[in-house]
Design a protein around this ligand. Structure first.
Ligand code: HEC
Ligand SMILES: [Cu+2]
Length: 363
């Protein structure tokens, strides 16, 4: 689809980009999206031309001067069928084409690199798996599929990068995702495209696309010291998750090693895949979906962990491919006595629950 008359195409896009009439095409999906867009514009222009021509010619040909006495026309099935079937065909083409693109844009490939984006009044925060944080900025490498896992901390926002032709709602309480593959190094706009309060118009920033080498340099220069998974491990210890999620034979909670991506059977008999969204739900609304074979004893952590904290925990659990780390955590945490709720917090190492101070956030 990206090969439709490439020459006129490139010329048109370049010209419009030059006059700031159109965003540049900086991702793999962008030319495909534009092909559909220009097809729709073309169909509309042809339709508009036909209507204008007919109105003008009819008003001249059938004016009262030429035809003082009106002639009654009884209609024509052929004509009506024609003007129904042709537009229907055109609309169906748009529908199928649009649906194919839609599924592409919202289905991240399995090898995509994941970056978390948290929207709040009025800024965008991006968190890279290595622990790099950015505010109103997003650094990404070229030539690699990037998945964004997006959530809002307050109201509805919408994360949009016009040059990549991607946009996704940031919804409070739910992860959404979108993906893209950047093609051209440069700096592009990012916007909030959903009115979200007084300073909505300031909820903007820069997407900086770097070559893979420059991206690596940027990553190395922006580390905050610990990765998201490491922050998550500290939270896991300080919230005493290991009081139940430990590997002892009498553990009250399931082992979380390799739970990410696995199929779980719930006590309702329903089967689900433990993806990011499920892990988040399992921590914040445990009573909503009890894993088969376990008692509904896990307390909710709603209101106790920030959205970023939840991301850290999710990253930690995602990366747990054995029980080794949990055992380490268990060893350093005082376990709760059997039967007791976890309202009493286990002693916490000083500073264990602290996140990177704001000063370390890269702009
Ligand atoms: C009082 C014991 C207890 C504590 C404390 C606890 N959990 Fe759980 N957790 C459970 C039990 C029991 C289940 C299985 C039943 C269910 O789904 O609620 C579970 C399920 C889960 C699941 C779903 C995965 C699965 O295999 O069912 C995740 C993820 C999870 N817990 C994470 C955590 C995290 C993170 C913490 C700390 C912030 C934590 N839990 C604290 C008892 C606990
Ligand atoms: Cu917003």
């Amino acid at each position: 689809m990206s090969h439709i008359s490439p020459i006129i195409w490139q010329f048109l896009v370049k010209w419009m980009t030059n006059f700031a009439l159109f965003p540049p095409e900086a991702s793999k999906i962008a030319p495909q999206m534009d092909a559909l867009y220009f097809f729709m514009v073309l169909v509309s222009l042809v339709g508009l031309t036909i209507v204008i021509l007919l109105i003008t010619s009819f008003s001249i040909l059938y004016s009262k001067k030429r035809h003082p006495v009106a002639v009654q026309i009884e209609g024509s099935t052929l004509l009506e069928a024609t003007w129904t079937i042709i537009p229907l065909g055109l609309f169906l083409v748009m529908f199928v084409w649009g649906a194919l693109l839609y599924f592409r844009i919202y289905t991240p490939p399995a090898n995509a690199m994941n970056i978390y984006v948290v929207g709040k009044q009025w800024m965008w925060k991006a968190e890279h798996p290595g622990g790099q944080h950015e505010i109103n900025a997003l650094h990404v490498p070229t030539g690699r599929p990037i998945q964004l896992t997006i959530i809002s901390q307050d109201v509805f926002h919408s994360f949009s990068i016009p040059a990549f032709r991607v946009k996704r709602e940031a919804i409070p309480g739910r992860y959404t995702s979108v993906w893209f593959e950047a093609t051209t190094p440069g700096t592009y706009h990012l916007f909030c495209t959903q009115y979200c309060g007084t300073d909505h118009s300031h909820m903007i920033g820069d997407v900086v696309v770097l070559t893979p080498e420059d991206y690596k340099k940027w990553l190395d220069g922006s580390t905050s010291g610990s990765s998201l998974a490491q922050n998550g491990e500290r939270l896991f210890a300080s919230l005493s998750c290991a009081a139940c999620h430990n590997t002892r034979p009498d553990a009250r909670g399931p082992s979380l090693a390799n739970v990410y991506g696995s199929r779980l059977t719930l006590s309702s008999g329903q089967q689900i895949t433990a993806d990011d969204a499920y892990l988040r739900e399992a921590i914040l609304n445990p009573s909503q979906h009890i894993t088969q074979g376990y008692a509904p004893i896990m307390p909710t952590y709603q209101g106790q962990i920030s959205e970023e904290g939840v991301i850290d925990l999710v990253e930690y659990i995602k990366n747990l491919d054995s029980d080794y780390r949990v055992q380490q955590t268990t060893a350093s945490t005082t376990l709760l006595p059997e039967g007791e709720g976890n309202t009493t917090k286990a002693p916490v190492a000083p500073g264990a629950n602290q996140r990177a101070p704001q000063g370390m956030v890269k702009q």
